[in-house]
Design a protein around this ligand. Structure first.
Ligand code: NAD
Length: 461
């Protein structure tokens, strides 16, 4: 995918190679005493590009973690950050572990030990390398990592900025947990603002009533599905999970399914919907929008030709293999690429990092001042209101909305929405302006590689 994009760019070959390769990968094997014996774990932290520092990227807990995967995901982070203009290089980490096999205390011991190994080599550091959650990790793990860093760097006033995705009470930011899912929603909203782009997928109208199938009802999939259902009127006609899939053409209640999974460990047995044991088959069902939000490689050369969705938005990282990408492109499927589609997480992580470095919650200084100024205007309008009598009156709901200053959550959403719109527009401009660019993914690569190349050039490399 990278090669396809650079073939359409005019980069010196040396620079092209410099951008492509992964700068470094650190492998750590460490022991933790658990249940009376020492267990050895293998973890990685890979740095793809340091054209901007700190470098940024999540830490994944999964059995499939390996060096190749971590390096590929680190590269994706470089391009993702460049595309959404988050001032970071790309990195990624992973620990080969099945977190469901350990209790909370054991996971804390393992996470702190892994963090210790990375911190002492500056592979976690507010100025150099800032992790975030990924598959299998969340706020809880990030809080342990932040605390571990603070213990090892007692005088670092910016310690909290060493990791993002923390809980609010430990230096997190409002709206981070749902940020990636929210970003997927904003990405789709922006796509649906451009009739020309919708037509490329054979779609028309608005998001309202569109049939959506989502794979993976975890952090990203759950939030994307529930926002699209509750706020945009989409019908979630299929949910694919580890143990199978649920299908209901009338639309599934996403919260009820999530509660069911939490109680029963899977989707099977959920009342009122058809259960399909081989969940992967549901990827091939007819729908308007397919959202793979679980893991990579799920759409590959074996099933791509049968995937019917005209629009796929890659909420997960790398859910479509390169071979499947070719098949789908030839079929005319429009793919909103991962590099853009799931960048909501890193965007809000960027806001969290800025908040930690500035040591103040967004909106704290200006919110009441903003309210006082709007109050002045409302008072003046009300004076006019009395003068004009019944002919004209301010609606109470307008007054209430207009008077309220923005809190942190509103500011975060506004920043995320703006980021997703601008990044989409930068991709579509290249997609439409250059006939040799046939898809959004190639356009996304061209935009982001162009930005990384500009950074290297500015450094004199
Ligand atoms: P998560 O662990 O919260 O959720 C993953 C979900 O997928 C779980 O519900 C799991 O049961 C399900 N799943 C696992 N294997 C499956 C299978 N074979 N078939 C169907 N479902 C399966 O993880 P997440 O944080 O939501 O991440 C999902 C994807 O999004 C990953 O590719 C991750 O790299 C990417 N991503 C996450 C973020 C973030 O902020 N969390 C940001 C960017 C990208």
């Amino acid at each position: 995918m990278f090669n396809r994009a650079v073939a359409l760019m005019d980069l010196p070959p040396g620079l092209e190679e410099k951008i492509r390769v992964c700068n470094s990968t650190y492998t750590v094997r460490f022991g933790v005493r658990l249940r009376g014996q020492i267990q050895t774990f293998t973890g990685y932290r890979s740095v793809h590009s340091e054209h901007m520092e700190p470098v940024k990227g999540g830490i994944r807990y999964a059995m499939g973690v390996n060096q190749d995967e971590v390096e590929a995901l680190a590269a994706l982070m470089t391009y993702k950050c460049a595309l959404v203009e988050a001032p970071f290089g790309g990195s990624k980490g992973g620990l080969r572990i099945d977190p469901r096999q350990y209790d909370e205390h054991e996971l804390e011991l393992i996470t702190r030990r892994f963090a210790y190994e990375l911190i002492k080599r500056d592979l976690i550091d507010p100025a150099q390398n800032v992790p975030a959650p990924d598959m299998g990790t969340g706020e809880r793990e990030m809080a342990w990592i932040a605390d571990q860093y603070a213990r090892m760097n007692t005088t670092d006033i910016n310690a909290r900025a060493c990791v993002t995705g923390k809980p609010l009470n430990a230096g997190g930011i409002a709206g981070r947990v749902e940020a990636t899912g929210r970003g997927v929603q904003y990405a789709l909203r922006e796509f649906f603002r451009h009739p020309e782009d919708m037509a490329a997928a054979g779609l028309a109208g608005s998001l309202d009533g569109k049939r959506v199938i989502v794979q993976g009802l975890g952090n990203v999939g759950y939030h994307a599905a529930s926002f699209l259902r509750d706020e945009d009127g989409c019908l979630i006609t299929g949910i694919i999970e580890r143990d199978g899939a649920l299908v209901d053409p009338r639309g599934l209640d996403v919260d009820a399914v999530r509660d069911w999974i939490a109680k029963h460990g899977g989707v099977s047995g959920f009342p009122g919907a058809e259960y399909v044991e081989n969940g992967a088959l549901v990827l091939e069902q007819a729908c308007d929008i397919l959202i793979p939000a679980a893991l990579e490689g799920v759409i590959n050369r074996t099933n791509a030709a049968r995937v019917k969705a005209p629009l796929i938005i890659e909420a997960a990282n790398g859910p479509i293999t390169a071979a499947a990408d070719d098949i789908l492109r030839d079929k005319g499927t429009v793919i909103i690429p991962d590099m853009y589609a799931n960048a909501g997480g890193v965007t809000v992580s960027y806001f969290e990092w800025v908040k930690n470095l500035s040591h103040i919650r967004f909106g704290r200084m200006q919110r009441r001042a903003e309210e006082a100024r709007t109050r002045l205007l409302i008072d003046e309008l009300e004076r006019l209101d009395r003068y004009l009598g019944d002919a004209w009156a301010l609606r109470p709901e307008f007054k209430e909305k207009y008077l309220r200053g923005s809190d942190e959550l509103e500011l975060v959403r506004s920043g995320l929405d703006d980021t997703m719109r601008i990044a989409y527009q930068s991709m579509r401009e290249v997609w439409h302006a250059r006939p040799e660019v046939k898809d959004l993914r190639t356009a996304a690569y061209i935009v982001s590689i162009g930005k990384v190349a500009a950074s290297y050039r500015a450094k004199g490399i």
